[in-house]
Design a protein around this ligand. Sequence first.
Ligand code: SAM
Ligand code: SF4
Length: 334
Amino acid sequence: MKDGHGRTIDYLRISLTDRCNLRCIYCMPAEGVKLMSHDEILRIEEIARIARVATRIGIRSVRLTGGEPLVRLGVTDLVRDLANMPGIENISMTTNGVLLPRMADGLKEAGLSRVNISLDTLDPEQFTKITRLGSIQTTLDGIDAALEAGFNPVKINSVVVRQLNQDYLGFAKLSIDQPLHVRFIEYMPVGESEGIDGHGWGPEDVVPSEELLDIINERAKAEGLAPLEPIGGDDAPLGWGPARYFAFPGAKGTVGFISPLSRHFCGDCNRLRLTADGKLRPCLFSDREIDVRTALREGGDEAVYECFLEALDMKPDEHHDRVGTERRMSQIGG
Ligand code: SAM
Ligand code: SF4
């Protein structure tokens, strides 16, 4: 179905929980967020029911996220339900990877199509500094587990923040010998995080994708590597997101750039978001939400369908460079 601005909406991001086993500095406060009560959170069966109604407005692709989706009990059962749901063609997940070594095979068998694993640095010390609780090896083991379980594509999401001075070329090179699709994401002003050094998000923290591509190519040249070449069409890794893809000649994987700030892609936006507490959010950057949980519990499927129609109608044309949202990324579902 089309929204009020003529865009086809076929993608729903579902946050399964606001909890997480890490505390990334740009996403969560050190002490974690104030947890929602059991009753506030949608039950797994409720999420499946809402997804079924969503297929009636043309949702074909679902991404499970959070918080950390793998800490939510029943996640594998939900994947199985979604995989058997007429109308749903694609189920993906964004995860920090920590629990993949023990869960990847079961998720694959249940019908999960693909995974994105978040990894912002290749430096073990910096990893622990960014995630506050994590050790890099757990996430690297998660990436191996995803590849061994046969997920394809496996994408690595890396949020780029200027002060972190990440090893961009090192990341890009991960795509050479393994079928990994590295995606650099511009740091976005979502929620009121302390930011990297306690001052919150600022435009100076963002490394625009164009600049990043130049830096990677310069560093590649210094190492005697050929530059990244643009790819598209059938060669781009399966995806519904607005990334631009490149690859090193002969590489097994690709390098993508997601540029929500330097290159507005609102005109191609195809998504709605469902928060863990059952709010339908037409735009990541807008705090306007629709209470689909109450609609479901008090009205049933038809009331939920009405919520989806309202969300399509409410979806703004673009995010108008808004800075900050009331809820943090971990609460909205990044
Ligand atoms: N816990 C899972 C994970 O980390 O992949 C899923 C939820 S997390 C909120 C989803 C993605 O949002 C992660 O890749 C994370 O790095 C990204 N993210 C969080 N805050 C962000 C921000 N301010 N700007 C850009 N990406 C952000
Ligand atoms: Fe947790 Fe993901 Fe947020 Fe990190 S980015 S704190 S792993 S939800």
